[in-house]
Design a protein around this ligand. Structure first.
Ligand code: HEC
Length: 136
């Protein structure tokens, strides 16, 4: 019965439309996490669960609400991007250009953070990956 109402041409065009919708859905699925990530990196689970607790423990006593050594605060992502005396501490996606990374890698004898001893390799790698993945 239905046969009488559904013209084959209609079926084809419906098929094509479904294909377009499908491709669009896939695109959204593929881009979705990236879009969410880019729009609010402050809510990124890596930042919330790993980065922030690590910085709270090792950095915020000197770079937070109480003290701002080198005019730098590390208690919010916004503050990290604004940076301190020597510019932004975190440049999203730019591991080499982020002072925070240079400091924790003890690359420069004048800037070694935290001052009382290097973080674990694993923590350093995690922070590098986080900066690298941010903003894309
Ligand atoms: C005991 C205090 C202390 C702790 C803890 C500390 N810092 Fe610092 N930080 C300083 C001081 C002091 C400076 C100024 C430069 C100097 O004297 O070495 C500084 C400077 C910096 C700078 C350069 C800022 C600029 O714009 O000039 C960065 C980046 C930085 N710290 C990152 C960190 C990170 C990341 C941590 C934690 C892993 C950390 N610091 C922990 C005291 C501290």
């Amino acid at each position: 019965m239905l046969r009488h109402f559904v013209h084959p041409r209609f079926l084809i065009s419906r098929g094509r439309a479904a294909g377009v919708v499908h491709a669009f859905t896939l695109l959204i699925l593929a881009l979705g996490p990236g879009l969410v990530h880019a729009s609010n990196p402050e809510e990124d689970p890596v930042y919330v669960k790993k980065v922030r607790p690590l910085l709270d423990t090792h950095c915020v006593k000197c770079h937070g609400p109480e003290k701002q050594k080198a005019n730098l605060r590390l208690d919010t992502l916004k503050a990290m991007m604004e940076g301190g005396d020597s510019g932004p501490a975190v440049v999203p996606g730019d591991v080499e250009g982020s002072n925070l990374i240079a400091a924790i890698c003890y690359e420069d004898a004048d800037l070694q953070m935290p001052p009382d001893g290097k973080l674990d390799e694993e923590q350093i790698e995690m922070l590098k990956k986080w900066v690298g993945a941010m903003g894309g």
